[in-house]
Design a protein around this ligand. Structure first.
Ligand SMILES: [Zn+2]
Length: 254
């Protein structure tokens, strides 16, 4: 008897969580209201370069991401005036849980649950966000930063970026890419070669000649051309949202 009640209660909780997740995802990609994104800066390596960069952040430091998405939403003829707003929050002194080194299915699920629990315990911003975006700054002296992640379930993105101010525009490409993952966009490059996948990873798949492409498809992350690996875009001005990504995030309907 008790066992049955316990199982029923557990199933009810799981169904409620699933329904809430589904509702949140639908609301985020309906493009009816402004998508509110809470941006939390984090010092990723304890460096003074990252601390200074975080100190210098202002309310409009992420405006090029808002403008890029607004332009693309307009290009897909969706009439939302301000589709996305990135609201800068107080910097955090803790890092999100590290992802598994060799991602198996179970490890990934466990990490995603740990991450959601970590996020749940953070102070809630006054404006309830649709998406929580953690921008982790690194001095990155070896020219590398850890891999970034964007999760549709829980709508959480972790973007690892360079503290150098000169990298701000290319950082915006990484941040926008992870943000779109939280809305359901998938990667459109071959992880082994980093080559954009044709046609979904090409911003202008019908262009002739096909190469080099003028723009980078944001979820492919690189400009298809003649170099290997292909070039990374220097800013969002070199990027577009391709048709498949537009479908995945609800801007285009088949
Ligand atoms: Zn990605």
């Amino acid at each position: 008897m008790w066992k049955r009640i316990r199982i029923t209660v557990l199933l009810l909780i799981l169904a409620t969580v699933a329904l809430e997740t589904w509702r949140a995802q639908r609301a985020a990609t309906s493009w009816r209201d402004t998508l509110q994104v809470a941006v939390y800066p984090i010092n990723g390596d304890g460096s003074s370069a990252a601390a200074q960069r975080i100190q210098a952040l202002e309310a409009d430091s992420f405006v090029d991401i808002e403008q890029f998405i607004a332009e693309e939403v307009k290009r897909y003829e969706v009439p939302t005036l301000q589709p996305v707003r990135l609201n800068l929050q107080q910097a955090l002194n803790t890092l999100p849980p590290s992802p598994p080194e060799r991602p198996g299915v179970l490890d990934s699920v466990f990490w995603s649950l740990k991450l959601r629990w970590w996020v749940w315990r953070l102070p809630t911003p006054t404006l309830r966000p649709n998406v929580r975006l953690f921008v982790v700054y690194h001095e990155g002296s070896a020219g590398r930063v850890p891999t970034s992640h964007g999760l549709q379930r829980g709508q959480i993105a972790i973007a690892h970026v360079f503290a150098d101010k000169a990298m701000q525009r290319s950082n915006a490409v990484v941040i926008a890419h992870e943000l779109l993952h939280t809305l359901g966009a998938t990667d459109k490059y071959d992880p082994a070669t980093l080559e954009p996948i044709y046609p979904s990873g090409y911003a202008e798949p019908l262009a002739t000649p096909r190469l080099p492409q003028r723009f980078c498809e944001l979820m492919a992350g690189r400009l298809p051309g003649f170099s290997a690996p292909p070039e990374q875009p220097r800013s969002l001005a070199q990027c577009l949202i391709g048709e498949q990504t537009a479908r995945e995030i609800g801007l285009l309907h088949p």
